[in-house]
Ligand binder design. Structure first.
Ligand code: M6R
Length: 366
Protein backbone atom coordinates (compact mmCIF):
# COMPACT_ATOMS: atom_id res chain seq x y z
CA UNK A 1 0.00 0.00 0.00
CA UNK A 2 2.78 2.40 0.92
CA UNK A 3 4.78 1.20 -2.08
CA UNK A 4 7.89 0.68 0.04
CA UNK A 5 7.80 4.07 1.75
CA UNK A 6 7.77 4.37 5.53
CA UNK A 7 4.65 6.50 5.56
CA UNK A 8 1.75 7.37 3.29
CA UNK A 9 2.79 11.00 3.43
CA UNK A 10 6.21 10.25 1.94
CA UNK A 11 4.62 8.07 -0.72
CA UNK A 12 2.12 10.79 -1.55
CA UNK A 13 4.87 13.41 -1.79
CA UNK A 14 6.57 11.11 -4.29
CA UNK A 15 3.31 10.55 -6.15
CA UNK A 16 3.33 14.19 -7.22
CA UNK A 17 5.12 13.90 -10.57
CA UNK A 18 2.53 11.33 -11.67
CA UNK A 19 -0.33 13.27 -10.09
CA UNK A 20 0.80 16.32 -12.08
CA UNK A 21 0.86 14.31 -15.29
CA UNK A 22 -2.59 12.90 -14.60
CA UNK A 23 -4.09 16.27 -13.66
CA UNK A 24 -2.69 18.00 -16.75
CA UNK A 25 -3.23 15.11 -19.14
CA UNK A 26 -5.44 16.04 -22.07
CA UNK A 27 -5.94 19.53 -20.69
CA UNK A 28 -2.95 21.42 -22.15
CA UNK A 29 -2.11 22.27 -25.73
CA UNK A 30 0.94 23.91 -27.25
CA UNK A 31 -1.26 26.38 -29.13
CA UNK A 32 -4.83 27.64 -29.24
CA UNK A 33 -6.99 26.92 -27.22
CA UNK A 34 -4.02 26.22 -24.86
CA UNK A 35 -6.26 24.74 -22.20
CA UNK A 36 -9.11 22.33 -22.81
CA UNK A 37 -11.53 21.61 -19.98
CA UNK A 38 -14.32 19.63 -21.65
CA UNK A 39 -15.99 18.72 -18.37
CA UNK A 40 -17.00 22.33 -17.76
CA UNK A 41 -20.57 23.10 -18.68
CA UNK A 42 -19.85 26.80 -18.27
CA UNK A 43 -20.19 28.50 -21.64
CA UNK A 44 -17.97 31.34 -22.88
CA UNK A 45 -21.02 33.63 -22.64
CA UNK A 46 -21.49 32.75 -18.98
CA UNK A 47 -17.81 33.25 -18.30
CA UNK A 48 -17.95 36.72 -19.83
CA UNK A 49 -20.81 37.64 -17.51
CA UNK A 50 -19.03 36.95 -14.24
CA UNK A 51 -18.26 40.11 -12.28
CA UNK A 52 -16.34 38.51 -9.43
CA UNK A 53 -15.19 35.20 -7.98
CA UNK A 54 -15.22 33.85 -4.44
CA UNK A 55 -12.91 30.95 -3.58
CA UNK A 56 -14.02 29.13 -0.45
CA UNK A 57 -12.28 26.21 1.28
CA UNK A 58 -10.66 25.03 4.51
CA UNK A 59 -7.07 24.38 5.56
CA UNK A 60 -4.72 23.32 2.84
CA UNK A 61 -7.40 23.67 0.16
CA UNK A 62 -7.83 27.31 1.21
CA UNK A 63 -4.09 27.82 0.78
CA UNK A 64 -4.35 26.50 -2.77
CA UNK A 65 -7.18 29.01 -3.22
CA UNK A 66 -4.84 31.86 -2.27
CA UNK A 67 -2.60 30.97 -5.20
CA UNK A 68 -5.68 30.51 -7.40
CA UNK A 69 -6.85 34.00 -6.48
CA UNK A 70 -3.52 35.51 -7.52
CA UNK A 71 -3.46 33.65 -10.85
CA UNK A 72 -7.05 34.49 -11.75
CA UNK A 73 -6.72 38.15 -10.85
CA UNK A 74 -3.43 38.52 -12.69
CA UNK A 75 -4.41 36.66 -15.83
CA UNK A 76 -8.20 36.98 -16.12
CA UNK A 77 -8.49 40.43 -14.49
CA UNK A 78 -11.50 39.53 -12.36
CA UNK A 79 -11.73 40.47 -8.67
CA UNK A 80 -11.33 37.37 -6.51
CA UNK A 81 -11.83 36.89 -2.80
CA UNK A 82 -10.47 33.80 -1.07
CA UNK A 83 -11.81 32.93 2.34
CA UNK A 84 -12.01 30.05 4.79
CA UNK A 85 -15.43 28.43 4.62
CA UNK A 86 -16.11 28.63 8.36
CA UNK A 87 -16.00 32.44 8.13
CA UNK A 88 -17.52 32.92 4.70
CA UNK A 89 -20.73 31.09 5.41
CA UNK A 90 -21.62 33.15 8.48
CA UNK A 91 -20.90 36.67 7.28
CA UNK A 92 -23.63 37.00 4.63
CA UNK A 93 -21.15 37.38 1.79
CA UNK A 94 -22.15 39.56 -1.16
CA UNK A 95 -23.06 36.85 -3.63
CA UNK A 96 -24.98 37.69 -6.81
CA UNK A 97 -25.93 35.64 -9.87
CA UNK A 98 -22.85 37.23 -11.50
CA UNK A 99 -20.56 35.71 -8.86
CA UNK A 100 -18.75 32.48 -9.56
CA UNK A 101 -18.13 30.61 -6.33
CA UNK A 102 -15.29 28.08 -6.43
CA UNK A 103 -15.22 25.57 -3.60
CA UNK A 104 -12.01 23.59 -3.15
CA UNK A 105 -11.99 20.32 -1.26
CA UNK A 106 -9.84 17.25 -1.60
CA UNK A 107 -12.51 15.03 -0.06
CA UNK A 108 -15.53 16.95 -1.29
CA UNK A 109 -17.08 16.22 2.11
CA UNK A 110 -15.86 18.99 4.42
CA UNK A 111 -18.92 20.27 6.30
CA UNK A 112 -18.11 23.99 6.27
CA UNK A 113 -17.16 23.93 2.60
CA UNK A 114 -20.39 22.16 1.68
CA UNK A 115 -22.38 24.69 3.72
CA UNK A 116 -20.68 27.50 1.81
CA UNK A 117 -21.50 25.77 -1.47
CA UNK A 118 -25.18 25.58 -0.48
CA UNK A 119 -25.18 29.20 0.68
CA UNK A 120 -23.77 30.27 -2.68
CA UNK A 121 -26.38 28.34 -4.60
CA UNK A 122 -29.15 29.80 -2.45
CA UNK A 123 -28.04 33.24 -3.65
CA UNK A 124 -28.16 32.18 -7.26
CA UNK A 125 -24.40 31.95 -7.82
CA UNK A 126 -22.90 29.40 -10.11
CA UNK A 127 -20.66 26.97 -8.21
CA UNK A 128 -17.56 25.24 -9.46
CA UNK A 129 -16.07 22.50 -7.28
CA UNK A 130 -12.38 21.61 -7.43
CA UNK A 131 -12.20 18.19 -5.81
CA UNK A 132 -10.25 14.95 -5.85
CA UNK A 133 -13.12 12.57 -5.22
CA UNK A 134 -15.45 11.52 -8.00
CA UNK A 135 -18.96 11.09 -6.63
CA UNK A 136 -18.27 13.24 -3.55
CA UNK A 137 -20.99 15.54 -2.23
CA UNK A 138 -19.22 18.64 -3.57
CA UNK A 139 -18.90 17.03 -7.00
CA UNK A 140 -22.58 16.12 -7.02
CA UNK A 141 -23.97 19.42 -5.76
CA UNK A 142 -21.82 21.88 -7.71
CA UNK A 143 -22.85 23.12 -11.16
CA UNK A 144 -19.41 22.35 -12.53
CA UNK A 145 -16.54 20.18 -11.38
CA UNK A 146 -12.85 20.21 -12.09
CA UNK A 147 -11.26 17.03 -10.80
CA UNK A 148 -7.73 16.90 -9.53
CA UNK A 149 -6.41 13.51 -10.51
CA UNK A 150 -4.15 13.08 -7.49
CA UNK A 151 -5.33 9.55 -6.68
CA UNK A 152 -6.33 8.55 -3.14
CA UNK A 153 -4.74 10.65 -0.41
CA UNK A 154 -4.52 8.66 2.81
CA UNK A 155 -2.19 10.72 5.00
CA UNK A 156 -4.03 13.30 7.11
CA UNK A 157 -1.49 15.89 5.98
CA UNK A 158 -2.52 16.90 2.51
CA UNK A 159 0.26 17.04 -0.09
CA UNK A 160 -0.59 15.95 -3.61
CA UNK A 161 -4.14 17.24 -3.26
CA UNK A 162 -2.81 20.76 -2.67
CA UNK A 163 -0.35 20.70 -5.52
CA UNK A 164 -2.85 19.34 -8.02
CA UNK A 165 -5.38 21.94 -6.86
CA UNK A 166 -2.79 24.52 -7.90
CA UNK A 167 -2.67 22.98 -11.36
CA UNK A 168 -6.46 23.01 -11.63
CA UNK A 169 -6.41 26.71 -10.75
CA UNK A 170 -3.69 27.49 -13.29
CA UNK A 171 -5.61 25.70 -16.03
CA UNK A 172 -8.88 27.37 -15.10
CA UNK A 173 -7.27 30.81 -14.87
CA UNK A 174 -5.81 30.41 -18.36
CA UNK A 175 -9.22 29.24 -19.63
CA UNK A 176 -10.92 32.31 -18.16
CA UNK A 177 -8.23 34.64 -19.44
CA UNK A 178 -8.39 33.30 -22.97
CA UNK A 179 -12.16 33.64 -23.14
CA UNK A 180 -12.09 37.09 -21.59
CA UNK A 181 -9.25 38.16 -23.87
CA UNK A 182 -7.14 39.39 -20.99
CA UNK A 183 -3.92 37.49 -21.67
CA UNK A 184 -2.15 37.58 -25.05
CA UNK A 185 -1.01 34.33 -26.65
CA UNK A 186 2.64 35.41 -26.20
CA UNK A 187 2.09 35.26 -22.46
CA UNK A 188 0.00 32.09 -22.41
CA UNK A 189 2.62 30.08 -24.33
CA UNK A 190 5.37 30.32 -21.69
CA UNK A 191 2.89 29.54 -18.90
CA UNK A 192 1.68 26.38 -20.64
CA UNK A 193 5.28 25.43 -21.36
CA UNK A 194 6.16 25.88 -17.68
CA UNK A 195 3.25 23.66 -16.67
CA UNK A 196 4.34 20.84 -18.96
CA UNK A 197 7.83 20.87 -17.43
CA UNK A 198 6.59 20.50 -13.85
CA UNK A 199 6.57 16.67 -13.49
CA UNK A 200 10.27 16.27 -14.33
CA UNK A 201 11.16 19.33 -12.24
CA UNK A 202 9.38 17.84 -9.22
CA UNK A 203 11.36 14.62 -9.80
CA UNK A 204 14.58 16.60 -9.69
CA UNK A 205 13.61 18.27 -6.39
CA UNK A 206 12.71 14.88 -4.89
CA UNK A 207 16.12 13.54 -5.86
CA UNK A 208 17.65 16.17 -3.58
CA UNK A 209 15.47 15.41 -0.60
CA UNK A 210 18.46 14.69 1.63
CA UNK A 211 19.29 18.42 1.66
CA UNK A 212 15.91 19.06 3.27
CA UNK A 213 16.20 16.05 5.52
CA UNK A 214 19.41 17.32 7.10
CA UNK A 215 17.91 20.78 7.59
CA UNK A 216 14.78 19.22 9.13
CA UNK A 217 16.93 17.23 11.56
CA UNK A 218 18.66 20.44 12.60
CA UNK A 219 15.48 22.34 13.34
CA UNK A 220 13.65 19.35 14.86
CA UNK A 221 14.66 20.32 18.38
CA UNK A 222 13.46 23.90 18.01
CA UNK A 223 10.25 25.31 19.44
CA UNK A 224 9.57 28.00 16.83
CA UNK A 225 10.21 28.59 13.18
CA UNK A 226 9.28 31.42 10.85
CA UNK A 227 8.40 31.29 7.20
CA UNK A 228 8.49 34.44 5.12
CA UNK A 229 7.72 35.34 1.52
CA UNK A 230 5.95 37.85 -0.72
CA UNK A 231 3.23 37.40 -3.32
CA UNK A 232 2.63 33.74 -4.17
CA UNK A 233 5.64 32.89 -2.00
CA UNK A 234 3.61 34.19 0.93
CA UNK A 235 0.70 31.95 -0.06
CA UNK A 236 3.00 28.89 -0.18
CA UNK A 237 4.66 29.56 3.14
CA UNK A 238 1.24 29.59 4.77
CA UNK A 239 0.84 26.03 3.54
CA UNK A 240 4.39 25.11 4.62
CA UNK A 241 3.71 26.48 8.08
CA UNK A 242 0.44 24.59 8.46
CA UNK A 243 2.14 21.38 7.35
CA UNK A 244 4.95 21.78 9.88
CA UNK A 245 2.58 22.54 12.76
CA UNK A 246 0.19 19.79 11.77
CA UNK A 247 2.61 16.88 11.90
CA UNK A 248 5.74 17.98 13.76
CA UNK A 249 3.99 20.18 16.38
CA UNK A 250 6.73 22.77 16.01
CA UNK A 251 5.13 26.15 16.36
CA UNK A 252 5.61 28.25 13.26
CA UNK A 253 4.32 31.41 11.72
CA UNK A 254 4.03 32.32 8.09
CA UNK A 255 4.51 36.00 7.55
CA UNK A 256 4.30 38.30 4.58
CA UNK A 257 7.95 39.34 4.49
CA UNK A 258 7.15 43.04 4.35
CA UNK A 259 4.87 42.81 7.37
CA UNK A 260 7.54 41.48 9.76
CA UNK A 261 8.61 44.89 10.95
CA UNK A 262 5.06 45.63 12.01
CA UNK A 263 5.34 43.29 14.94
CA UNK A 264 6.64 39.78 14.50
CA UNK A 265 10.23 40.86 14.07
CA UNK A 266 10.25 41.20 17.85
CA UNK A 267 10.12 37.40 18.09
CA UNK A 268 13.22 36.82 15.98
CA UNK A 269 16.15 36.10 18.27
CA UNK A 270 19.67 34.76 18.00
CA UNK A 271 19.40 31.41 16.23
CA UNK A 272 15.69 31.54 15.34
CA UNK A 273 15.25 29.46 12.18
CA UNK A 274 13.63 31.32 9.28
CA UNK A 275 12.71 29.78 5.94
CA UNK A 276 12.58 32.52 3.31
CA UNK A 277 11.09 32.01 -0.14
CA UNK A 278 12.33 34.38 -2.82
CA UNK A 279 11.23 33.03 -6.19
CA UNK A 280 9.60 36.18 -7.58
CA UNK A 281 12.02 38.29 -9.62
CA UNK A 282 9.91 41.45 -9.28
CA UNK A 283 9.81 41.12 -5.48
CA UNK A 284 13.34 39.86 -5.05
CA UNK A 285 15.07 43.02 -3.84
CA UNK A 286 12.34 43.73 -1.30
CA UNK A 287 12.47 40.18 0.03
CA UNK A 288 16.25 40.31 0.36
CA UNK A 289 15.97 43.44 2.50
CA UNK A 290 13.48 41.62 4.74
CA UNK A 291 15.92 38.72 5.01
CA UNK A 292 18.59 41.20 6.10
CA UNK A 293 16.25 42.43 8.83
CA UNK A 294 15.95 38.95 10.34
CA UNK A 295 19.62 38.12 9.90
CA UNK A 296 20.56 41.34 11.69
CA UNK A 297 18.68 39.91 14.68
CA UNK A 298 20.59 36.66 14.52
CA UNK A 299 18.15 34.45 12.60
CA UNK A 300 19.51 31.43 10.74
CA UNK A 301 18.01 31.60 7.25
CA UNK A 302 17.31 28.86 4.75
CA UNK A 303 16.57 30.56 1.44
CA UNK A 304 14.59 28.94 -1.35
CA UNK A 305 15.10 30.48 -4.77
CA UNK A 306 14.94 29.65 -8.45
CA UNK A 307 17.75 29.96 -10.94
CA UNK A 308 16.52 33.51 -11.70
CA UNK A 309 16.86 34.57 -8.07
CA UNK A 310 19.92 32.44 -7.23
CA UNK A 311 21.77 35.59 -6.16
CA UNK A 312 20.00 34.98 -2.86
CA UNK A 313 22.91 32.66 -2.01
CA UNK A 314 24.91 35.70 -0.90
CA UNK A 315 22.24 36.81 1.57
CA UNK A 316 21.31 33.61 3.43
CA UNK A 317 23.01 30.93 5.53
CA UNK A 318 22.08 28.18 3.14
CA UNK A 319 20.23 28.01 -0.13
CA UNK A 320 17.96 25.49 -1.77
CA UNK A 321 17.60 26.03 -5.50
CA UNK A 322 14.52 24.92 -7.34
CA UNK A 323 14.41 24.66 -11.14
CA UNK A 324 13.59 27.67 -13.26
CA UNK A 325 9.88 28.19 -13.94
CA UNK A 326 7.27 30.87 -14.63
CA UNK A 327 6.99 32.97 -11.42
CA UNK A 328 3.26 32.30 -11.00
CA UNK A 329 3.88 28.54 -11.32
CA UNK A 330 6.66 28.48 -8.70
CA UNK A 331 4.31 27.36 -5.87
CA UNK A 332 3.86 24.00 -7.64
CA UNK A 333 7.60 23.45 -7.04
CA UNK A 334 8.39 25.32 -3.82
CA UNK A 335 5.73 23.46 -1.86
CA UNK A 336 7.66 20.19 -2.34
CA UNK A 337 10.63 21.09 -0.08
CA UNK A 338 8.21 22.51 2.50
CA UNK A 339 6.27 19.23 2.57
CA UNK A 340 9.54 17.33 2.96
CA UNK A 341 10.62 19.66 5.76
CA UNK A 342 7.44 18.94 7.72
CA UNK A 343 7.74 15.23 7.03
CA UNK A 344 11.35 14.83 8.12
CA UNK A 345 10.87 17.08 11.16
CA UNK A 346 7.99 14.87 12.27
CA UNK A 347 10.03 11.69 11.73
CA UNK A 348 13.00 13.17 13.62
CA UNK A 349 10.73 13.97 16.55
CA UNK A 350 9.34 10.44 16.49
CA UNK A 351 5.70 11.24 15.76
CA UNK A 352 3.06 9.30 13.89
CA UNK A 353 3.34 11.22 10.62
CA UNK A 354 0.22 9.90 8.95
CA UNK A 355 -2.04 10.27 11.97
CA UNK A 356 -1.25 13.52 13.76
CA UNK A 357 -2.90 14.11 17.09
CA UNK A 358 -6.32 15.73 17.22
CA UNK A 359 -6.86 15.76 13.45
CA UNK A 360 -9.11 13.80 11.10
CA UNK A 361 -8.60 13.36 7.39
CA UNK A 362 -12.00 14.72 6.58
CA UNK A 363 -13.77 17.16 8.86
CA UNK A 364 -17.44 16.41 8.43
CA UNK A 365 -18.58 18.35 11.52
CA UNK A 366 -18.97 22.12 11.60
O1 M6R B 1 -11.01 17.52 2.15
P1 M6R B 1 -10.74 18.98 2.22
O2 M6R B 1 -9.79 19.47 1.17
O3 M6R B 1 -12.01 19.81 2.20
O4 M6R B 1 -10.05 19.23 3.61
C1 M6R B 1 -9.80 20.54 4.07
C2 M6R B 1 -8.88 20.54 5.27
O5 M6R B 1 -9.47 19.88 6.36
C3 M6R B 1 -7.52 19.87 4.98
O6 M6R B 1 -6.90 20.45 3.88
C4 M6R B 1 -6.58 19.98 6.18
O7 M6R B 1 -6.22 21.33 6.39
C5 M6R B 1 -5.35 19.09 5.95
N1 M6R B 1 -5.25 18.11 7.01
C6 M6R B 1 -4.06 19.85 5.89
O8 M6R B 1 -2.98 19.00 5.65
Amino acid sequence: EKAGYDHFMLKEIHDQPQAYRDTLSGRLFKGYPWVYLPELKLTPEQIKQFRNIHIVACGTAYHAGLVGKTAIERWARLPVEAEVASEYRYRSPLITPETLVIVVSQSGETADTLAALREAKRHGARVLAVTNVVGSTAAREADDVLFTWAGPEISVASTKAYSTQLLAFYAFAIHLARIRGTLPDEEIGPIVHALTKLPEQVESILQRKDEIKSYAEEIASREHLFFIGRGVDYAVVQEGSLKLKEISYIHSEAYAAGELKHGTLALIEEGTPVVALATQPDLYEKTVSNIREVMARGAGVLGIATEETAGLAGSVDRLLLIPSTHPMIAPALTVIPLQLLAYYASVARGYDVDKPRNLAKSVTVE
